[in-house]
Each structure stands twice: as C-alpha cells, then as structure tokens.
Design a protein around this ligand. Sequence first.
Ligand SMILES: Cc1cc2nc3c(=O)[nH]c(=O)nc-3n(C[C@H](O)[C@H](O)[C@H](O)COP(=O)(O)O)c2cc1C
Length: 174
Amino acid sequence: MNVKNAIKERKSIRKFKEKSISNSLIKEVIDAARKAPSSHNLQPWNFVVVKDKKKILEFEENDIFIQKEMYKTPVIIVCCVDDNPYSKHSNRKLEIAMNFINLSLASAFLVLRATELGLGTCYVAWCNKEKIKKLLNIPKEVIVPYVIVMGYPAENPSPTNRKKLSEIMHFEKW
Ligand SMILES: Cc1cc2nc3c(=O)[nH]c(=O)nc-3n(C[C@H](O)[C@H](O)[C@H](O)COP(=O)(O)O)c2cc1C
C-alpha cells in the first residue's frame, strides 16, 4: 500500500475482531512513530502498549473510557508526551505546544502504518487520563493527551466528511 492509499483507507475504527495482534506488528507501528520528525529532534514521546486482558479489565473497573465499546479493543496504545520544554527556548507555552505537535506527528505515522498492516485504529481522547497514568505507573510530569485503540477491524464505516480543498487551500494569498 502506498501513502496515498493509506491516507485514503484510514478511518476511525471502533469495533474490533477478538483476534490478537502479534508483538512484532505492534513494534512495526510504534517504529513508524519513532521515525517521525520532531522539533530540535527532541522525540518527546513514549508509547505504553496495553494488551493484557487483565489490564484492560482493570481499565474497565476504573471507568477509564466513556465509550464502553473501547474495553473490547485488543490493544490500547497510551500516547505520552514529555512536559519538559526545550530548555534553550524562553517561551515555555510555545514549547509545550510544540511537544504536542511532535506527538501528533508521530501518532499520524503510527496510524498510517497500522492501516498499511491491515489494522484499524481510533484516537480516543475521551478517557480518564489521570487514572490511566496511575494504573500504568506513568511519571507525574508526563502528559497523556489521548490513547489510540488498535485491532483488526470488525466494521467498515463510511468515510466521514471533509471540507472541500477549495475551502482550506489558498494559492499565494488567503
Ligand atoms: C485527537 C483526537 C481525539 C479523538 N477522540 C475520540 C474519542 O474520544 N472517541 C472517538 O470515538 N473518536 C475520537 N476521535 C476520532 C474522531 O472522531 C475522528 O477522527 C473524526 O470524526 C474523523 O473521522 P475518521 O477518523 O474516521 O476520518 C478523535 C480523533 C482525534 C484526532
């Protein structure tokens, strides 16, 4: 699959087959994230892979997700970003924002590679991130903006709408 098709094929998948994903495939998708660009090449990301059914049950017992179907996901990738901005820069707010941008880029690489491998994904921000941090022993200073659920798709939703290219693209001036 080429990049064009991976972009076309990717859509949020929220229902998965029970089939588990091999660790080598999981490593493939995280490795794609690892190769993303980042400001100052900081690579301020970490990914905690949760696939143990007991752990996912613990998520359920702790009411981590608002959407109950997420507990049926075979793999939850907890996306983490450092809260330690580039120290040479004076604008701390901007640098923290930059770290989020970096994590987003890495996540986009991750979901496109997952698509190429026949896996479905969905970003899930609608979850209790502080409880996730506690359950997984994630350091206090690390931020979890969202998780990515991943598995073999058990649904094929219609593509969601997008703005027209002419609405968002401007040649030479706005
Ligand atoms: C940062 C982010 C957070 C999201 N959080 C959720 C979520 O909590 N629950 C959910 O069902 N979908 C979530 N989504 C998926 C979006 O609803 C979805 O990407 C959007 O509707 C476009 O659909 P598509 O991904 O199928 O193209 C999230 C997407 C992003 C990028």
